[in-house]
Design a protein around this ligand. Structure first.
Ligand code: NAI
Ligand code: AKG
Length: 448
């Protein structure tokens, strides 16, 4: 791990003291601070004005009770969160996660990452994130609807198209966004499309938003491979997860000439050496909400490995697209040993610090989440633009906008890494480029 500059070490110790027990938030902060040594040497005003301390402290944190009734009439209480982290560049923007593991430390790590990711997109969006420890798995549509309505009955007073614009993340897709939009409209008596993104296409949603995070991650890695005179063509790839990000990462890799042979869910791994059947995965996961193990009953040549470790399968490109810390140091070493040339993070912080070090030391292509998966939120910002214009754009046009944004993000991270003497280090490039823009805006805004 890089040693922190003395002044930044003080900032980090203060973050640890002020935010006890929030391991994922500490991890996300440390990774950014490790990149900022040369930046604060060049810009002492960032330290004088305590820009870094301010960036590490959310502007507002909202925690609330979410009571709801299941289909049998039993009462349940969950906890809801929205962390409005930084609005220097625009309204708070970031997804909502519904998963039993959610607690304040997870939402803060995600919100913190979102500040820099959103800055990299070049769009006018600040950083925020929210969610609940509610588990949508195994719940009926009616139960999910009642939960979403109760969640929005508190959240609505904190959000708005110019204030804070939530979207989806793990456990929150089109169905949940639809229920929340309906409840927001009912409570406020306003048809305010720009208050949520990831909406259905019939009520203000954008084409390509569903595909955007996965497509964007593949575009980013494609650009990085080009710098090494390489491409996806003929490459064997692994994509963890089988949710929104995973499905569209697999689809775009196939369109770019690669072959994804495995994906997963939290129960196990499916391996299909012929190349995954994306249509079948969409049917199983998006339509029928089944487990990935059912894939093997449709394709007899495929194998399902319960509790399997996807990263042990030899590949040339790995795209973790499930959850945080899903690749540890040992997994990373296995990937590199087996010939992996590129890792692109569709998920947020899927690699532990030990794993990141392995990838950087091996000098393989390593696209960190805040750069590689920024296509989702960027397309959310395109959805906001369409909503403001009362317009809806065509698929090809919107996809081209997404591709251009990802090409620009890649170029920015690439150029900043070179400028700071670390060519090919997209972690450094993404952190410095994302941070500098936010920091300059904060300096311009004065002490707020
Ligand atoms: N949806 C979006 O637009 C964006 C999502 N992300 C990140 O991408 C990741 C995936 O999010 P989504 O696809 O939206 O969620 P999702 O809820 O659609 O899918 C999550 C998938 O991950 C799997 N999963 C969860 N824990 C797992 C584990 N321990 N091992 C293997 N698989 C596991 C689930 O079974 C599911 O297939 C998350 O890290 C999220 O924060 C990042 C940027 C944007
Ligand atoms: O589209 C959005 O606002 C949310 C995207 C998101 O949550 C993420 O980038 O992690």
């Amino acid at each position: 791990m890089a040693k922190l500059d003395e002044k930044l070490e003080g900032v980090y110790q203060e973050v640890l003291k002020r935010n006890p027990g929030e391991a994922e938030f500490h991890q996300a902060v440390l990774e950014v601070l490790e990149s900022l040594g040369p930046v604060v040497s060049k810009h002492p005003e960032y330290l004088e004005r305590k820009i870094i301390e301010r960036i590490c402290e959310p502007e507002r944190q909202i925690i609330f009770r979410v009571p709801w009734q299941d289909d049998k009439g039993k009462v349940h209480i969950n906890r809801g969160f929205r962390v409005e982290f930084n609005s220097a560049l625009g309204p708070y923007k970031g997804g909502l996660r519904f998963h039993p593991s959610v607690y304040l430390g997870i939402i803060k790590f995600l919100g913190f990452e979102q500040i820099f990711k959103n800055s990299l997109t070049g769009m006018p969006i600040g950083g925020g994130k929210g969610g609940s420890d509610f588990d949508p798995k195994g719940k009926s549509d009616d139960e999910v609807m009642r939960f979403c309505q109760s969640f929005m009955t508190e959240l609505y007073r904190h959000i708005g198209e110019h204030t804070d614009v939530p979207a989806g993340d793990i456990g929150v897709g089109g169905r949940e966004i639809g229920y929340m939009f309906g409840q927001y409209k009912r409570i406020t008596n306003r048809w305010e499309a720009g208050v949520l993104t990831g909406k259905g296409l019939k009520f203000g949603g954008s084409l390509v938003r569903t595909e955007a995070t996965g497509y964007g991650a593949a575009f980013f890695i494609n650009e990085a491979l080009k710098t090494r005179k390489d491409s996806f063509d003929g490459k064997t790839c692994l994509v963890s997860g089988s949710g929104n990000v995973a499905i569209y990462t697999i689809e775009k890799i196939h369109q770019l000439g690669g072959r994804c042979i495995a994906c997963s869910d939290s129960n196990g791994v499916i391996v299909d050496e012929k190349g995954l059947d994306v249509g079948l995965i969409k049917q199983l996961k998006e339509v029928e909400r089944r487990r990935i193990q059912d894939y093997a009953s449709f394709h007899k040549h495929a194998t399902y490995v319960p509790n399997g470790k996807i990263w042990e399968i030899p590949c040339q490109v790995a795209m973790p697209s499930a959850t945080q810390n899903e690749i540890n140091g040992k997994d990373a070493a296995t990937l590199v040993k087996n010939g992996c040339l590129a890792v692109g993070e569709g998920a947020n912080m899927p690699t532990t610090p030990e794993g990141v070090k392995v990838f950087l030391d091996a000098k393989i292509v390593y696209g960190p989440g805040k750069a590689a998966n920024a296509g989702g939120v960027a397309t959310s910002a395109l959805e906001m633009q369409q909503n403001a214009q009362r317009d809806s754009w065509k698929f090809d046009y919107t996809e081209k906008r997404l591709e251009d944004i990802m090409v620009n993000i890649h170029q920015l991270c690439h150029d900043i890494a070179e400028e700071y003497g670390a060519p090919g280090n997209y972690v450094l490039g993404a952190n410095i480029a994302g941070f500098t823009k936010v920091a300059d805006a904060m300096v311009a805004h004065g002490l707020v």
